[in-house]
Design a protein around this ligand. Structure first.
Ligand code: NAP
Length: 357
C-alpha cells in the first residue's frame, strides 16, 4: 500500500515506522536532511520567502517540500532569515515619500549627499556608485567628488571643508579606505557633525556611546535596525562582537551596550576565541577574513550577524551549517550589506529634513 503514498511519505514511514520510533533531535535532523523533509515551521518560512529567489528559499527551507510529521519528536527550527534586502527596500519606499514631501515644502530642493572617492580602487568605486544609485532611487541628488590616488591629506581636508560650508549639501560620505599617505582619521574628523551621515567622526561616536543624539556608524546602525525590524531581543543577552574597528566593531559594541546587552569585544589578540563565542546569545562577525568564525563555535539557538563580504559571496562566519541551528541569521549577501547603504540614505534624509524643513 505504501506505493500509493507520495515518495517522501514512503521514505518517512520506512524510516519512522508507525511513528513508534522516537529518534533524538540530532538523529531526526540527519534523517530529514537525507530525505529532504522539513516541518511546518519551515513551510511557513518557505512561504514567506517564496516571493524571492530559490537561493534565499533554500537557505531557509532546504527542499521547500513540507509534510507535517507526526512523530512528536520533531522540533526543527530553521533560522529566521534577517532579510536586509527586504527591509532596505521597504525603507526606501518610505524614504521616497519623505523626500517628495521635503521637496514640496522646500520649493523643489532635495537632500544632497556628497560622496568623496579618493583613488581608483574598483571595490570602493563600486560601493560609491551603489550609494549614488540608492540616492537616485529615493529621489535624492548626490554630488560625486573624485580625487586622484596621489591626493594629500591637506588637499582632501580642503575639499571636505568646502563641502562643510556648502549649504546645498546636507551629508558627506568619505569612502573608506583612503590611500595610505592620507591621515584618514583627521579627514573623517573634519566632517561637520551635522553632515556626518555615515557616522565616522570621533565626536559622533562619543555622542552615540554616551546616548546623545548623533548619526550612528552606518554598518552597525544598519545591523541594529535589522535586529529591531525582526524584534530580536537584546536586553540581558550576551553579545560577542568579533572585531574592534572604528567604523564597525567598536560602535557595534557600544550600540549593543546601549540596548542593554552584555557585550564582549574580541580582536586579534583575544585568547580562547571559540570558547568566548560559544557562550554568545548573539555573535557579530566583523573580522574581515572569509568564514573565519566556524559554525561549530556557535551555540544552537544563537543569533548570527555576519557583517563580512568576500568574493564568492561568503562572509566572516561559516554560515552554511547555521541555517538550521541558529535562531536567526543574516544571509550573505542580502543581510548586513543592503542595511549599510540604506542607513546612510536614511540618515541623509534625516539631515535634509533638519536643514530644509
Ligand atoms: P578591519 O578594520 O580590518 O578590522 C578587523 C577586525 O578584526 C580588527 O579589529 C582585528 O583585530 C579583528 N581580527 C583580525 N584577525 C582576528 C582574529 N584572528 N581573531 C579575532 N579578531 C581578529 O575590518 P572592518 O572594516 O571592521 O570590516 C570587518 C568586516 O566587515 C570585513 O569583512 C568587511 O568587508 C566588512 N564590512 C562590511 C560592510 C558592509 O557594508 N556590509 C561595511 C564595512 C565592513 P585587531 O584590532 O586586533 O587588529
Amino acid at each position: 500500500p505504501d506505493i500509493l503514498l507520495p515518495k517522501q511519505a514512503r521514505y518517512q514511514t520506512a524510516l519512522i515506522p508507525d511513528c513508534l520510533l522516537r529518534p533524538s533531535f540530532r538523529e531526526l535532523r540527519m534523517i530529514l536532511r537525507t530525505i529532504g523533509l522539513v516541518n511546518e515551521k519551515a513551510k511557513k518560512c518557505s512561504e514567506r520567502f517564496s516571493s524571492q529567489g530559490p537561493h534565499e528559499m533554500r537557505k531557509c527551507c532546504p527542499h521547500h517540500t513540507c509534510l507535517p510529521l507526526n512523530s512528536g519528536a520533531l522540533n526543527i527550527m530553521p533560522a529566521q532569515i534577517l532579510d536586509g534586502k527586504a527591509i532596505a527596500q521597504q525603507t526606501e519606499a518610505e524614504l521616497s515619500e519623505r523626500v517628495a514631501r521635503l521637496k514640496e515644502k522646500s520649493g523643489g530642493q532635495t537632500p544632497i549627499l556628497a560622496t568623496i572617492l579618493v583613488g581608483g580602487d574598483p571595490a570602493s568605486a563600486t560601493y560609491v556608485r551603489m550609494k549614488q544609485n540608492a540616492c537616485k532611487r529615493v529621489g535624492m541628488a548626490s554630488i560625486a567628488v573624485e580625487m586622484p590616488k596621489e591626493t594629500t591629506t591637506e588637499e582632501l581636508l580642503v575639499k571636505i571643508n568646502e563641502l562643510n560650508s556648502n549649504p546645498n549639501c546636507q551629508g558627506i560620505l568619505l569612502q573608506h579606505p583612503v590611500p595610505p599617505q592620507i591621515e584618514e582619521r583627521d579627514c573623517f574628523d573634519s566632517i561637520a557633525l551635522e553632515k556626518d551621515v555615515d557616522g565616522v567622526t570621533c565626536l559622533g561616536f562619543g555622542r552615540m556611546a554616551m546616548g546623545e543624539e548623533a548619526y550612528g556608524s552606518a554598518t552597525p546602525q544598519g545591523i541594529m535596525r535589522l535586529l529591531a525590524a525582526y524584534d530580536i531581543p537584546l536586553q540581558g543577552k550576551h553579545a560577542v562582537v568579533v572585531g574592534r574597528s572604528p567604523i564597525l566593531g567598536k560602535p557595534m559594541a557600544m550600540m549593543l551596550l546601549n540596548a542593554n546587552a552584555t557585550v564582549t569585544i574580541c580582536h586579534s589578540r583575544t585568547e580562547n576565541l571559540p570558547a568566548i563565542i560559544g557562550g554568545a546569545d548573539l555573535v557579530v562577525g566583523a573580522v574581515g577574513k572569509p568564514e573565519f568564525i566556524k559554525a561549530e563555535w556557535i551555540k544552537d539557538g544563537a543569533v548570527v550577524v555576519d557583517a563580512g563580504y568576500h568574493p564568492g559571496g561568503v562572509g566572516d562566519i561559516e554560515l552554511g551549517p547555521l541555517y538550521d541551528r541558529a535562531s536567526a541569521i543574516t544571509p550573505v549577501p542580502g543581510g548586513v550589506g543592503p542595511m549599510t547603504i540604506n542607513t546612510l540614505i536614511l540618515q541623509s534624509v534625516d539631515a535634509g529634513e533638519k536643514k530644509l524643513a
